[in-house]
Design a protein around this ligand. Structure first.
Ligand SMILES: NC(=O)C1=CN([C@@H]2O[C@H](COP(=O)(O)OP(=O)(O)OC[C@H]3O[C@@H](n4cnc5c(N)ncnc54)[C@H](OP(=O)(O)O)[C@@H]3O)[C@@H](O)[C@H]2O)C=CC1
Ligand SMILES: O=CCCC(=O)O
Length: 402
């Protein structure tokens, strides 16, 4: 009997793994093609990373038709107690139902939260915090973008300095290294308002040096710093399904984890400041090259008389399938690029990733070629289109050479 199962951050994986492990332990005769019922009724959001212990069980012999009842209990450091019951009936097939009851949920952040930068990503993130009941103060360079959030209950402050002074923790979601530095360290920047006992969480995608610089300024004021760039785009931001790549002050990470869990589906703590930025740039370097390569494939398939929509379908069923291809492919085939991740930001990330590679003499010829293509796309005025519009740069290149 397994006495301890370490749960992964995703609750569905957790429940599936728990069910399967218990099932195989208690029901040795269950056929190998056993399929558990989908756990769609369980929350898809991560709740906690927990260790489960069997605290009560009643199982009949696997060969009988009787019920299997198993209770697991876990208590987290934050006082959350979680019970999982597993019921099974063994016959020709086994049906499993998992029931999870969450009790004594105390894992929440009660301070005031600042949010700087209300673009494509920042707006839905701030909105999710407000909807979750957080006390939020917003600021954005273009003030009108604050209005929808103020209608939802946010307060407004007229500078990053004021936001940081009035909040326990301040998040920043800005375009690039320059704006991240300006908003944090510039005139009336967050650094001027922050102080001991407060925290600054930069979720913008920036390079390692920028993150370290902001960290130093925040630390010099006696406050705490966490970098926390995100994987996931507009829709995951709206749905609270982002992936956080955090690094920096561990105590601030622990403090804001309940907020990250409102905004995201998982979070990684990667140690020293710079590791989160580096991880994010590596991920986006891969993504930028993938999109450039996918664009070439779509155009080549069309040139040789194939239906690119069929290519998208074929790709989606094979080993190279990726949500990104299924999501963007159909609109790319129609030459439509509704902006979720602006092309200018993808090119910025490739540029920064190439800098990172240069700093350690790592060869990245594919990313370098992709970067050139995004630069061409920018020169065609596609900066604010979705990054999938990079395909237009290839269309133009083929015309040049025809
Ligand atoms: N969109 C996406 O899918 C994802 C984006 N990211 C990253 O998140 C960050 C934000 O992205 P996204 O929301 O898409 O970008 P947007 O371009 O939609 O928003 C950028 C934000 O930065 C502000 N800003 C830009 N320049 C300055 C400046 N000089 N001073 C003050 N504020 C400034 C903008 O203010 P204003 O409204 O006044 O222009 C706006 O609030 C970027 O680093 C991006 O790479 C990460 C994951 C996914
Ligand atoms: O930085 C942008 C990332 C977009 C995504 O992860 O889908």
């Amino acid at each position: 009997m397994p006495s301890t199962l370490l749960a992964k951050p995703n609750i569905n994986n957790l429940l599936s793994a728990t069910a399967m492990a218990l099932c195989s332990a208690f029901c040795p005769r269950i056929s190998t093609n056993f399929r558990p019922k989908p756990f769609s009724s369980f929350p898809s959001k991560p709740l906690l990373s927990l260790s489960f212990k069997v605290f009560s069980s009643q199982a009949t012999d696997a060969s009988s038709q009787g019920p299997l009842i198993l209770m697991l209990k876990s208590e987290s450091k934050t006082g959350l107690t979680c019970f999982i019951s597993v019921y099974g009936t063994i016959a020709t097939r086994c049906y499993l139902t998992l029931t999870m009851i969450m009790l004594n949920v105390t894992d929440k952040f009660s301070g005031r939260v600042g949010f700087l930068g209300l673009g494509i990503m920042g707006s839905p993130m701030a909105q999710n915090l407000i909807k979750a009941g957080c006390d939020v103060i917003v600021w954005n360079r273009t003030k009108s973008k604050c209005d929808p959030l103020i209608s939802l209950g946010a307060k407004y402050s007229s500078s990053p300095e004021e936001v940081a002074a009035n909040c326990d923790v301040t998040f920043a979601m800005l375009a690039d290294p320059e704006s991240a530095i300006d908003v944090a360290c510039g005139k009336n920047g967050a650094v001027s308002g922050i102080g001991p006992g407060k925290g600054y969480v930069d979720i913008s995608t920036v390079d390692v040096a920028t993150s370290k610089l902001i960290n130093e300024h925040i630390k010099a004021r006696g406050a705490l710093f966490l970098e926390a760039p995100v994987s996931g785009s507009k829709k995951p931001a709206e749905d609270g399904q982002l992936i956080f790549l955090t690094a920096g002050d561990r105590s601030l990470y622990e403090l804001v984890s309940p907020l990250l869990d409102i905004l995201g589906k998982s979070r990684f703590y990667l140690g020293e400041v710079g590791n989160g930025a580096a991880m994010k740039l590596v991920v986006n370097m891969i993504m930028g090259s993938m999109m450039a390569s996918f664009s070439e494939g779509i155009l080549l398939s069309k040139k040789v008389g194939l239906d690119p929509s069929v290519l998208v379908e074929v790709v989606s069923q094979g080993a190279i399938s990726a949500p990104m291809y299924s999501l963007k492919g159909p609109s790319m085939v129609k030459s439509q690029y509704p902006t979720a991740f602006p092309l200018k930001h993808q090119q910025k990330d490739l540029r920064l990733a190439l800098g990172l590679a240069e700093s350690v003499s790592q060869s990245t010829p594919i990313a370098a070629a992709a970067n050139e293509l995004y630069k061409v796309a920018k020169s065609y005025g596609l900066s604010d289109e979705d990054f999938s519009a990079v395909i237009e740069a290839l269309k133009a290149k083929s015309q040049d050479t025809a």
